[in-house]
Design a protein around this ligand. Structure first.
Ligand code: SAM
Length: 229
């Protein structure tokens, strides 16, 4: 039943409305060099009118259609992906983890104060907790301190080493609520392709999740939907 519901909204993923909604939120962010590029990519895709989706599109659609109560994000940088939830599900409580490595991808990584200001500026009303440090330490510590927390939505986009990405996936997976979504980015990113990690994770967790992925658009995105408990 959960999967049928999920497929109902998944059907809208990558359609013109979804791409246009995602672009609307992207346009509200304070730009940097990479941001200008991503807005141009979205504008081009919208003009072409062909299906297209990546991480921000999934977050936008789920935030609009399911209004999650709790979102967990690993790898925040300037808040591009987080903004899709903060803007479209404004009362959602958000917990973000980042080591704020700077420069990151050749640009400044401004840190948690900038992200908090940006989310507030976008109209986010829920609680926002930004946890600084390496998720090898901060994530297990947070999960130990919040033993009952479950998340309807989570993104893993932090440590891009195979070992680090797998560790974050394994730590977060048991905390995805029934029918909730675990998203994984950069399956096909030429600088750090994580498709092998995603494949491995699917093998490990095939009984707990239904998996989808897009290896064609942008840098490749994986979706895992939690089966009912
Ligand atoms: C690809 S960026 C995140 C992009 C963001 N999701 C977006 O859509 O704009 C990855 C982020 O993960 C952080 N990071 C890398 N390794 C980390 C680690 N071991 N622990 C915590 N954060 C890490 C970097 O500082 C960087 O800000």
């Amino acid at each position: 039943m959960v999967t049928a519901n999920a497929q109902e909204w998944l059907h809208e993923l990558g359609g013109p409305q979804n791409v246009s909604d995602t672009l609307d939120t992207l346009r509200q962010l304070t730009p940097d060099r990479w941001h200008v590029l991503i807005v141009e990519i979205f504008e081009g895709k919208l003009q072409l009118g062909k299906p297209f989706w990546e991480l921000c599109c999934v977050l936008n659609l789920f935030a609009r259609r399911r209004a999650p109560a709790k979102y967990l994000e690993i790898g925040v940088r300037r808040g591009k992906s987080m903004a899709q939830v903060a803007c479209n599900s404004r009362d959602c409580d958000i917990t973000g983890f980042d080591a704020w490595i700077s420069p990151y991808a050749h640009v400044e990584n401004p840190g948690p104060d900038f992200v908090a200001w940006e989310m507030q500026r976008l109209g986010h009303r829920g609680n926002l907790e930004l946890i600084s440090g390496d998720t090898q330490k901060t994530l297990p510590q947070f999960l130990r301190n919040h033993p009952d927390d479950l998340f309807e939505l989570a993104t893993i986009d932090g440590d891009h080493s195979e070992e680090g990405a797998m560790r974050d996936l394994r730590n977060v997976a048991p905390r995805i609520a029934s029918g909730g979504l675990l998203l994984f980015d950069d399956l096909t990113n030429p600088n750090c392709p994580l498709a092998g990690v995603w494949k491995h994770f699917q093998k490990e967790c095939h009984a707990d999740f239904v998996f989808y992925q897009n290896l064609d658009d942008h840098q490749g995105t994986g979706i895992a939907i939690r089966n009912p408990f």
